[in-house]
Design a protein around this ligand. Structure first.
Ligand code: HH2
Length: 264
């Protein structure tokens, strides 16, 4: 899954894809590099980011989706109105970082459209989430949350086979929490749904490499994290650097299978 943030303020590609033409070109490049889907978002969720109003989010995202019609797209939004419009324009997956808690109409939009859904764990909300998050056991708390959200979605008519789960790296978690979640990914996988991993360029990676003030991680660090998650069963990788991840994961998959990499 390639990432295109149509935002001025995203933590790693903010401003780069704010112009619709640039966003469209990035999405096309990612698809050509082997992305199975491109996740288009218009509201930054980085720690401390300001909320974006629905009109502004639509203004940013609609021209990009219109231009990309027919391509495999995901919409990164927690607003039902944005998700509805995106699905009308062909988005196949709704990536809701609030796991259907941000907008009471979202679950209906997903159920009625038949779109795929990503349910992500977040502690708190983006403006405050990194203020000393505390867990007794981060892995069991995250998986209990995802299990409850999965039950909520299916009880409201979303087909279970449309849903993937995401531990939400960096969303109300310390570096140690993120590491523990990758290390014990089997607990989330035991919920029986594919797991999506969003570690790409996250600041935990820069901090692990010794920069205590890092606001992002490198491509190489991101790939290391993705491969460790792949080894533990993650199936979908939300990344900024598509070509590098496709190549690294193709080799890891070939080793796993004992054959040549599948052509993409
Ligand atoms: N991370 C970000 C945004 N959306 N969605 C899922 N499912 N999982 C994630 O880990 C995730 C996500 C934050 O990264 P990014 O989109 O690069 O930055 P920003 O939120 O600042 O636009």
């Amino acid at each position: 899954m390639g990432i295109v943030n149509v935002t001025p303020d995203s933590f790693s590609d903010g401003g780069l894809n704010f112009e619709p033409r640039a966003a469209v070109a990035s999405a096309r490049r990612m698809l050509a590099e082997g992305a199975a889907i491109v996740d288009v978002g218009a509201e930054s969720t980085r720690p401390g980011a300001d909320a974006v109003k629905v009109d502004e989010e639509l203004r940013r995202v609609v021209p990009v989706l219109e231009e990309l019609r027919g391509a495999p797209l995901s919409i990164d939004t927690s607003k039902a109105e944005v998700a509805r419009r995106a699905v009308e324009l062909g988005a196949e997956l709704i990536n809701d970082v609030t796991a259907l808690r941000g907008d009471s109409e979202m679950v209906e939009v997903v159920a009625e459209s038949g779109a795929y859904l990503c349910l992500m764990h977040m502690r708190g909300e983006p403006r405050m989430m990194q203020n000393e998050p505390i867990y007794q056991d981060v892995v069991s708390e995250v998986s209990a949350f995802l299990e409850e959200r999965l039950a909520f979605a299916t009880s409201h008519g979303v087909r279970e086979d449309r849903i993937c789960l995401d531990p939400g790296f960096g969303f109300g978690k310390t570096v140690e929490h993120n590491l523990e979640l990758v290390r014990r990914l089997d607990v989330v996988l035991a919920l029986g749904r594919p797991v999506l991993i969003g570690l790409s360029r996250k600041r935990s990676l820069g901090r692990l490499l010794g920069d205590s003030e890092a606001t992002r991680g490198t491509t190489a660090a991101s790939m290391g994290a993705a491969l460790a998650a792949f080894d533990r069963g993650a199936g979908i990788f939300r990344v900024h650097d598509v070509r590098e991840h496709v190549e690294a994961l193709a080799i890891a998959a070939a080793i796993e299978r004992g054959g040549a990499p599948e052509s993409t």
